[in-house]
Design a protein around this ligand. Structure first.
Ligand code: SAH
Length: 231
């Protein structure tokens, strides 16, 4: 029987030593049982800092990527978050830890059985609310029924920011999204309220600011405002 708790503690320590992730985010990683989110035969690799296959060419992201994305989003308790690409449900669990019971995470997944996999993993790991927030669908269209969102986290690489996601982001909100086909860059997109001095020109309009963060490798976002299946 492996000591998963000890392995998880050591993973968090390594990330901290590398300067990856805020203290709050690292504490959340320390609470989520990643071995509940990987296929059983890979459980012994659950606390290694690399992505693992979850089937159909999809992967559960490496812990340091999840830590970075959650840190850039500056997640706070009580926030409503939309994730695109539930996959194993692990990233949604970390977000659920950060927004707490008073917050909510919705996670859209394109592949039916992966949506079911994410729901089952989240339930087993104790995240009932997040489990119920997994929706099967095309995440490039967002999830208009629960919009607007305080934060949006995209876990697959897009050709560009899908317009519905920007529309469904609250003014003052943040989104992290990998953009690119082979070479991808992780962007932090901030939807800012119009700046005071530009008020006349911008009356009622929000300003969108994009910051390049780092190079990343994600599976493609496939959908209406994503890549086409055959790309
Ligand atoms: N966040 C996940 C990893 C996601 S991998 C985790 O923590 O395990 C990317 C996922 O995005 C895959 O499961 C893939 O099926 C899904 N995906 C790709 N295009 C999508 C789309 N248009 N809408 C929703 N999900 C999509």
């Amino acid at each position: 029987m492996r000591n998963f708790e000890e392995e998880r503690r050591r993973l968090v320590e390594r990330l901290r030593a590398q300067g990856v992730g805020s203290e709050e985010v690292l504490a959340a990683l320390g609470r989520v049982k990643r071995h509940f989110f990987v296929p059983q035969h890979l459980a012994e690799q659950a606390y290694a800092d690399y992505p693992l296959p979850i089937g159909e060419g999809q992967t559960i992201s490496a812990p340091h990527i999840v830590a970075l994305m959650c840190t850039y989003l500056e997640l706070r308790r009580g926030e409503k978050v939309l994730e695109i690409g539930a996959g194993s449900g692990y990233h949604a669990a970390v977000v659920a830890e950060l927004v707490g019971e008073e917050g909510q995470v919705y996670s859209v997944e394109r592949v039916e059985w992966l949506a079911e996999f994410a729901r089952a993993n989240l339930r087993r790991a104790g995240y009932t609310q997040a489990s119920e927030g997994v929706v099967r669908g095309d995440g490039t269209l967002g999830l208009p029924e629960h919009a607007p969102y305080d934060k949006i986290s995209v876990a697959c690489a897009a050709p560009d920011v899908p317009p519905p996601l920007l529309e469904q982001l609250r003014a003052g909100g943040r989104m992290v999204i990998p953009i690119g086909k082979f070479m991808q860059t992780l962007y932090l997109v901030k939807k800012e309220k119009g700046k005071e001095k530009e008020r006349e020109r911008q009356e009622g309009r929000e300003e969108v600011v994009r910051e390049r963060k780092c190079s990343v490798v994600f599976v493609p976002l496939v959908g209406r405002y994503g890549f086409r299946e055959e790309d």
